[in-house]
Ligand binder design. Structure first.
Ligand code: HEC
Length: 210
């Protein structure tokens, strides 16, 4: 379901981009009639695509939460909409091109940073392995709250965007592998978590098993 939504979102973004690519090209090439014809032709599809694009975007946002990068992306998209409307209505090439560039930039930004995960703060006391009271599972819980909870939910259940970890049947090594490398819908954590943190978080996840 989530995967389908992600694909629908991506597809609608690409279609949206293609429509604006043609429109911007026609405007820049002074093909007024062609632009009018094309605009009329894609009017209904464009409306459907916009609704899909915004609807899936809002739903995904509610699932995965807001990050700094997403915020920039959303601002770029919402800036480009009035620019595009005014630009094409007034046949203003600068505004129309700017709107197109903004949409492309926000799409590119999302693609480039897809796998980037922001570093979070984990309680250093719990992470200190030289501490005689060091507890792998407690450390793992802190890592979990910082990095995983937003998708997998508190205690591994009710995750809005993730898989219910309490019913996961994969073994520890597979879990470690998935956390490090990632899955279809989950980016790998190899660049943000060290091996101790990965081991700890998986040890915690193992305790969630029903
Ligand atoms: C952006 C949301 C997101 C974040 C953040 C996230 N996950 Fe996931 N995770 C998922 C989704 C969605 C799946 C389902 C796998 C799929 O279809 O790609 C998954 C799958 C998994 C699996 C595989 C389940 C199985 O049965 O093998 C494990 C283990 C896992 N996540 C652990 C973690 C841990 C540990 C963290 C934090 C370090 C984490 N996840 C952070 C979304 C997320």
């Amino acid at each position: 379901m989530l995967k389908g939504l992600l694909h629908t979102h991506l597809l609608s973004v690409i279609l949206f981009l293609l429509i604006y690519l043609v429109k911007t090209f026609l405007l820049l090439a002074n093909k007024k009639e062609g632009l009018e014809k094309f605009t009329k032709m894609v009017k209904v599809p464009e409306m459907i695509i916009s609704v899909l694009f915004l609807g899936t975007g809002i739903y995904l946002l509610m699932q995965f939460g807001l990050t700094k990068l997403l915020l920039i992306k959303i601002i770029a998209v919402f800036l480009s909409i009035p620019l595009a409307i005014i630009g094409f209505k007034k046949k203003n090439k600068v505004l129309a091109s700017l709107a197109f560039l903004l949409i492309v930039a926000s799409y590119g930004l999302a693609e480039v940073n897809k796998k980037r995960i922001e570093r979070q703060i984990v309680n250093p006391k719990l992470a200190d392995i030289t501490n005689p009271d060091y507890n792998l599972v407690k450390h793992g819980e802190a890592v979990y709250v910082a990095y995983c909870q937003r998708c997998h939910g508190k205690g591994g259940t009710n995750g809005p965007g993730g898989l219910d970890l309490t019913v996961s049947i994969t073994d520890r090594d597979t879990k470690i592998n998935r956390v490090v490398i990632g899955t279809d819908l989950m980016a790998g954590f190899k660049d943000v978590l060290n091996s101790q943190e990965v081991e700890a978080v998986v040890a915690y996840v193992e305790t969630l098993k029903k």
